[in-house]
Each structure stands twice: as C-alpha cells, then as structure tokens.
Design a protein around this ligand. Structure first.
Ligand SMILES: N[C@@H](CCC(=O)N[C@@H](CS)C(=O)NCC(=O)O)C(=O)O
Length: 209
C-alpha cells in the first residue's frame, strides 16, 4: 500500500513525479492549502507537522521529499538514483541543499511571519528571500550547463525536485527565460510522459503559456 498526500504546485510535486516515474502503483490525495486541509485533525494524524508531502507505506509514514525520493527509488526504481556511492552522495547532497536552502528562501517570500514576529521586518524578509531564491535558481542553471539531466546523463529523482523551483520562479514572475540551461532542461522534463501526467493532475503553472 502506498498513498501520497500532496498539494498541487507545492514542493510535494517532487515526490509525486518520483512516484509516477517509478512505475509503482500508488493512491494519492490532494490537500488544499487555501482550505487549510494540511491542518485538519485527520491529516495531522498522518503528519503531525502539517506539511506535505507525506507517503504512507505498510510500515508507517515517510515525510520529507529527500527521504521519500530515496525510498521510492530504492524500493521500486533503482535506476532513479545513481548506483555509484559518490554520485549517490552528490544526489543526496543536492536534495539536501534544495530542502535546506532553496525551499526556505522561497518560504521567506510567502510566509515572512514564520521568520520574524515583527511585522516591520516582513517586507525586508520578502525582498531578501526573493534575492536569495533568484540566486539559487541561477546556481541551478549553472549546474545544468552541458548536462541532459541534473546528475548528468542519468535521469534521477533529483530532476523532479529541481522542477518545483522552476515553477515557483515562474509563479513569482522571475525572468526564467534568461536561465537558458534551466529552461531547456524544463522543456525536456515536460516532454516526459510521467512528468506531464503529474503536472496535468496538479494543473501546474508549468503547462501554462
Ligand atoms: N523539507 C520539507 C518541506 C515540507 C514543506 O514545508 N511543505 C510545504 C509545501 S511546499 C507545506 O506543507 N506547507 C504547508 C504549511 O506550511 O502550512 C520537504 O522537503 O518535504
């Protein structure tokens, strides 16, 4: 039994893509942030932190994209993570950076109240978050130079994670087309049937003109 809880357009898209690419059979449930469904007593029993993604498996629940993606690859689709220990460490390193740095930079823009209770600081947090997020996207663009996928020739679960941030950059109006490597890679991602299925299910901004 596998069940993914996600919110359309949230960072959970990474786990959603990983699962769909793995070919594993899974159930899914979309939660609406607008309706605060991540904070219902029912969902808090799944993930007491009230965050998505959460993947329910026979043995319990796994949270955090990095862990879910490594689990899905290990259990259902080893080709979605590098086999070589050095490359695997690099893949985990990149996902840790996404989770610890890139994602929080974006959170500063939308939820400054989580970082400072002083309302006077919020505009500055938003502006700094935007700058840091844009700088991270430029770094991802650099990482993709000369590569087909983010880890090189092998498509991995890390690619699905990197797609989340392209969508967020588009959502807040950053000049994404200037990031040539990232944009060409995004087009290759959109050409993958499994990725397209997930983006259609989530009605992703990435499919809009
Ligand atoms: N580091 C976690 C981040 C999880 C997270 O913050 N998810 C956000 C969506 S992008 C969420 O559930 N937000 C709901 C809320 O903050 O109320 C991961 O990678 O899984």
């Amino acid at each position: 039994m596998l069940k993914l809880y996600y919110a359309p357009g949230a960072c959970s898209t990474a786990s959603h893509i990983g699962l769909e690419e793995s070919g594993a059979t899974f159930d899914s449930q979309a939660l609406s942030f607008a309706k605060n469904e991540q904070k219902t007593p029912e969902y808090l029993r799944v993930n007491p932190r009230g965050r998505v993604p959460a993947l329910v498996i026979d043995e319990g629940t796994i949270v955090e994209n990095t862990a879910i993606l490594d689990y899905v690859a290990g259990k259902y689709a080893p080709q979605l993570m590098p086999k070589d220990p050095v490359q695997r460490a690099r893949a985990i390193s990149l996902m840790a950076w996404f989770s610890n740095n890139v994602h929080p930079a974006f959170t500063h823009i939308g939820r400054p109240e989580r970082f400072a209770s002083d309302v006077a600081a919020h505009e500055n947090l938003k502006a700094t978050g935007r700058e840091n997020f844009h700088a991270a996207l430029k770094e991802i663009d650099g990482l993709l130079a000369g590569k087909t996928w983010i880890m090189g020739e092998q498509f991995t679960v890390v690619d699905g994670y990197a797609l989340v941030f392209y969508g967020w950059g588009k959502r807040i109006g950053l000049p994404m087309a200037e990031l040539k490597n990232y944009t060409a890679w995004k087009d290759r991602m959109l050409a993958r049937p499994a990725v397209k299925r997930v983006l259609e299910r989530e009605q992703s901004i990435l499919l809009a003109a």
